[in-house]
Every structure is written in C-alpha cells, then in structure tokens.
Design a protein around this ligand. Structure first.
Ligand code: NAP
Length: 312
C-alpha cells in the first residue's frame, strides 16, 4: 500500500478501537487521532468534526463520515474540492427495519394499550384492526427507506413511498417530487420519515403536511428532528387527527427535560438509537473504499459519495 495518512476526528467516540480496526484493515497506513497542528492527512474519518479540523486540513482528498446523514457536515465551511463519503448501510438498514416494524406493529396491534392494562392486572380484549386501513407511507426511498418499505410490505400493510426522483420497488406504490407529496400523504395513515435533512426537507412535517394524512394518522420519525415542527405535531395529536407518534430524533439532543414529548401519553421517545453505527461493518466499508481510491478508482464510482449541491 502506498504511504497514506488518515486523520481520525470523531466527537463523542472512543478512538482506540477505531484506530486499531482501521490500522488492521489498512496495513501500512498511518492512522492517528487529529490534534491541532497535526501533519496534513490524505483522508479523514469523521463524526461532527470542528471547523478548525477542516480549516487545518485543506489537502484532504476525501472525508468519510461514520454515519449516514451528512447534514451537520454540510453546515461546515468546506473547501470546494473536498468530497464527502457517508456510510452506505453498513448494518444500519436492518436496524431501521426492526425499529420501524416494531413501532408500527406496536401501534397497529395496540401492544402499548395491552402493556398498560397488564400493568394494572387487567385481562383486556381489543377488536382486531383492518390492515388495509393502515397504509404506511415511507418518505425517502434510499438505502434505509427502501429496506424499511420492503420490510413493512412483508407484513401485508399497503405501502406508499415518496422520493425526489421516481423509484420503483416491488410492493410499494411510488410517488415522487413536490408535485407528488399531497397525493402520497392522502394515501397514507402511518408516516415513516427517512429523508435526509436538506434545505428542501427541513420542517417538512408540519401542520399542513401532517393534517393531510388519513384520520387517526401516526408518525414514526427516524430521520432528523428538524424535519418536524414540534408544536404542529403536538397540536394535531391533541386535536385527535393524529393518534400519536414514535420519535427517535429531536431538534435538540438529548431531548431537553422540559420538552412536552417526554411526558405525552401518545408520544413514544427513544434516544436516537434506531440505527446505530456498527464499528466493525463501518471500518470494513471505509477501508474497502480507501483501498479502491488508492488503486486509482474514481471517487464517483464509490457508493455513498455525497452530492453537496443536492444536500445528501
Ligand atoms: N435515527 C438514526 O439513528 C439514523 C441513522 C441513520 C440515518 N438516519 C437518517 O436517515 C436518512 C436517510 O438515510 P439513507 O442512507 O437512506 O439516505 P439516502 O440513501 O441518501 O436516501 C435518501 C432518500 O430521500 C429522498 N429525498 C431526498 N430529498 C428529497 C426531497 N426533497 N423530496 C423527496 N425525497 C427526497 C431521496 O430521493 P432519491 O431516491 O430520488 O434520491 C432518497 O430516496 C439520513 O440522511 C439520516 O438523516 C437516521
């Protein structure tokens, strides 16, 4: 392997196991935690790096994000030629499918209600619901959304999908673009958000859009907190138009102690845990991509290269 230097700059991440894994996967590469004044690196492995890191490393050929969402990276001032590469699944899509199917089925089968009854020693019975009356709309049909849509379809729910450009997936009724949004929402009762956070999608789940869902709608947000206008969601739940929500992501994380989502009886909160970065899978994926680049492959052939103009 040619001499290559990799800077590791990941906030809130224990570096040692990552360094050991990257060194083992890329023998001969110099892999070090970035510190101010460090020598210039060829590549970087990052999570929420400070602006100072980018400013001090103008010669980076590519920056590998150890997550799927790059909204925080794109808020930094980046040199014009710097390419960003995000995780492409790396074990996240199966976790998302588990999380969303769990939240959907918990709501549809009223397991939350049974749990509350059982806690009071009550042997209760609820009338079975019609699956056909719970069409599920998945916003974002990328790496994660496509897997989720297909997992949901396996449980025989009607499934709609919405993307920027047309996408065809077996068992999924496709809608696309701004012109397709209202029809997609009107055809859906349970809404699953798996969009990237971009200027086009910020605040997209608001009073207008959420009120277009079928009555008794339910929101599962596993993308980013800034997609949702919190007060609009709460107002629609409190008015009865929406039955509730399962939320994994929030505008401010950790969710502030005084936020009404914590205590709301119809809102289920989880601490941004729907799809965790898996270290072994992520290291293997990043190392493979670096090897391909070092072998002379053009970066645009790699999966997960970010289109900064598009925002994801
Ligand atoms: N909660 C967690 O733990 C967690 C973990 C990982 C990721 N995430 C979030 O999940 C997001 C999705 O990840 P991914 O890997 O599936 O991303 P992806 O492969 O880039 O897919 C994004 C999808 O969204 C669609 N889209 C983008 N902008 C749109 C717009 N303006 N209108 C309609 N559709 C639009 C894209 O349409 P096209 O198909 O036409 O391009 C694509 O289908 C990430 O950005 C991240 O925020 C959350």
């Amino acid at each position: 392997m040619p001499h290559v230097r990799i800077a590791f700059c990941c906030t809130d991440t224990k570096p040692e196991p990552w360094l050991a894994g990257l060194r083992a996967a890329l023998p001969g590469a110099v892999v070090e935690v970035w510190q101010p004044g460090a020598p210039p690196a060829d590549y970087a492995v990052v999570w929420a790096p400070p602006q100072a890191f980018v400013d001090e490393q103008p010669g980076l050929k590519a920056m590998f994000n150890i997550g799927a969402g790059v909204d925080a990276l794109l808020r930094l001032r980046l040199p014009p030629g710097l390419r960003l590469v995000r995780l492409d699944d790396a074990g996240m899509s199966v976790q998302m499918a588990e999380y969303v199917c769990h939240a959907l089925i918990r709501h549809f089968r009223e397991f939350d209600g049974y749990e509350a009854d059982v806690a009071q020693g009550k042997w209760s019975y609820r009338k079975p619901r019609e699956r056909s009356e719970y069409p599920v709309g998945v916003m974002g049909l990328g790496v994660l959304g496509a897997r989720v849509a297909q997992a949901v379809a396996q449980f025989d729910f009607p499934v709609n999908g919405w993307s920027r450009t047309p996408r065809e997936l077996p068992g999924v009724r496709g809608f696309h673009g701004a012109q397709g949004l209202n029809d997609f929402l009107a055809a859906s009762r349970v809404l699953v958000n798996l969009l990237p956070l971009t200027p086009d999608t910020q605040d997209i789940l608001n009073r207008d859009t959420l009120s277009r869902l079928q009555p008794g709608g339910y929101l599962i947000n596993v993308a980013r907190g800034a997609h949702v206008v919190d007060d609009d969601l709460l107002a629609l739940i409190d008015s009865g138009h929406l039955a509730g929500a399962t939320l994994d992501v929030f505008r401010t994380e950790p969710l502030p102690a005084a936020h009404p989502f914590w205590q709301h009886p119809k809102v289920t909160v989880t601490p941004h845990t729907s799809a965790r970065t898996l270290r072994t899978e992520s290291i293997a994926q990043i190392a493979t991509k670096i090897r391909r680049l070092l072998a002379g492959e053009p970066i645009d052939r790699l999966p997960g290269v970010v289109d900064a103009a598009r925002g994801y």
